[in-house]
Design a protein around this ligand. Structure first.
Ligand code: PLP
Length: 239
């Protein structure tokens, strides 16, 4: 193996051990949690190595980086997740490679994504991003809708052609009542998820937890963890 592949294999093994331990501690089966490796800022060559090491889910947060990377990796058996704030002028591009969008936070985005999905003849799984630090009726500083906006967005997704309401996503807040309390934040997300599933039973994905707090997310009941730096290394710049 190349040095980089050996490094990635070691990092993946450590992340896998954390996920397995957190599942065991919570009395959950390991296969209830899917690892998504966030490859933002890292090259397509790393995505290829990860696929060789058995990774099947990757995520990106900027379309201008993701689109060429996904094109270079089109031969790989990967599911692509889009996890960044999404501008409506980027939806046509994102729809061409993404299978799952984690960052639905406004009606205008639902409308634009639906039109792009129909035009491309695709069906997209859509997660509503919840901003647990946003006030009622507002959006979060890093995207996301306040908890009281989730139900209406879910209904909008269910009615939109080419889109499926698939669940919820959050990032543990840096401010507000949940700052420094990722476990409490993820517990709250699971409550909101239970409420959403009453109306949309198939929307059972819960995307929560990153390198620093994936253990808390698994304990709270997350179905998908999004892990970047713990697998690929600390990013040279914010991304
Ligand atoms: C970058 C990013 C991650 C991964 O973060 P790490 O701390 O590197 O694991 C997860 N989710 C989103 C939305 C991100 O932008």
């Amino acid at each position: 193996m190349t040095d980089r592949k050996t490094e990635l294999a070691g990092n993946l093994a450590r992340v896998e051990e954390r996920i397995s331990s957190a599942c065991a501690a919570a009395g959950r089966a390991r296969d209830e949690v899917t690892l998504i490796v966030v490859t933002k800022t890292y090259p397509a060559s790393d995505v290829r190595l990860l696929a060789e090491l058995g990774v099947r889910h990757v995520a990106e947060n900027r379309d201008q980086d993701a689109a060429p990377k996904a094109a270079e990796c089109a031969d790989l058996p990967l599911t692509w997740h889009f996890v960044g704030q999404l501008q409506t002028n980027k939806v046509r591009s994102v729809v061409s490679y993404a299978d799952v969008v984690h960052s639905i936070d406004r009606d205008r985005l639902v409308t634009a994504l639906s039109a792009a999905a129909v035009r491309a003849g695709r069906e997209l799984d859509c997660l509503i991003q919840v901003a647990l630090d946003a006030e009622s009726g507002e959006r979060g500083a890093r995207g996301g809708v306040a908890p009281d906006g989730v139900a209406a967005l879910a209904d909008g997704l269910a009615a939109a052609e080419g889109l499926r309401p698939a669940g919820l996503m959050t990032v543990a807040p840096l401010a507000g009542p949940f700052a420094g309390r990722p476990r409490a934040a993820f517990d709250r997300l699971l409550e909101i998820s239970t409420g959403m599933r009453a109306a949309h039973p198939a929307a059972n994905m819960v995307s929560a937890g990153m390198s620093a707090d994936l253990d808390d997310a698994v304990a709270a009941g997350a179905t998908h963890v999004r892990v970047g730096s713990a697998v690929l290394g600390v990013r040279p710049r914010l991304g």
